[in-house]
Design a protein around this ligand. Sequence first.
Ligand SMILES: [Zn+2]
Ligand SMILES: [Zn+2]
Length: 305
Amino acid sequence: MNASEIDFSSLQVKAYLIRTSIMHPVLEILGDPWNLKLVRSVADAPKKFVSLAEALKISRAALSTRLNRLEEQGCLARQQYCEFPPRYEYALTPMGDALRPTLLLLDQWNREWLHNHEQESAPVTCHHCHEALQLAVVCRHCSEPLALNNVKPLFFHDLPEHTPLQSYRRTRHTLASKERSVLPEDVSAEEWLRDRWSSLIIGALLFGVRRFNDLQSILDIAPNILSGRLELLQQASMASRREDGYRLLPRGAALYPAIIAMSGWGRQWLPAAQHSENGWRMLHISCGNWANHKYICKACNTEYC
Ligand SMILES: [Zn+2]
Ligand SMILES: [Zn+2]
């Protein structure tokens, strides 16, 4: 498809955007059940290995693997606090620190949409107005909210006939189930995004893919898995089924700001981003500028950085 005639509403374009999304490499890191918890745990202050093991109730072996990987990926740094014997504590690097808006937005979704929500981190207040901080994700240029119905991709190159789905290593994860005694409506924002199939389906629904067959072919997903996840999304009031297919309900669509935050983080910090989202950028239709985002406090509109 020639760059000048690319039509965002076509299924081929949607497939290209979904299959090459930066969210694939981002969720390889943030989709791990422990990684976000670890980043959250050291967000206030550096923590020692033993305190992390106690606080998260995780085995020493599993903790050490996660910490090493987060260090390799650049989110955490080890700082020596005792020379003899050598002892270390873990702190956020600038890359890890840049996850703060993502953590806040995930918390925000959980507070708003979960019935039984245990707050994972201490509430954050706005430095400016001192209200409990609630973030809005808006266009850096015109300060209007960024929503999928007011952005569109602009392509700089022709579109390939076929784009394979990016495959990244993702931790196996079980969503709501009888064995875990978790009800669909109690599945947290982190859990929806960490489940590979649910996050892909939510992404496709955000881009307006509606029909079962289209979801199946774009996501290369087995029909029984797709119908199982769609059933779960409906039970959780994340999506609904109408005559023209599936669409996200407000509860599902409300994950979009956190997804913008995660994608923005990936574009800035992940080397893998060079291979993702190649040759296109989102345009903010409302103002005609690139859809670069910023975070503002919902109470006083001051930028959060
Ligand atoms: Zn404020
Ligand atoms: Zn704008």
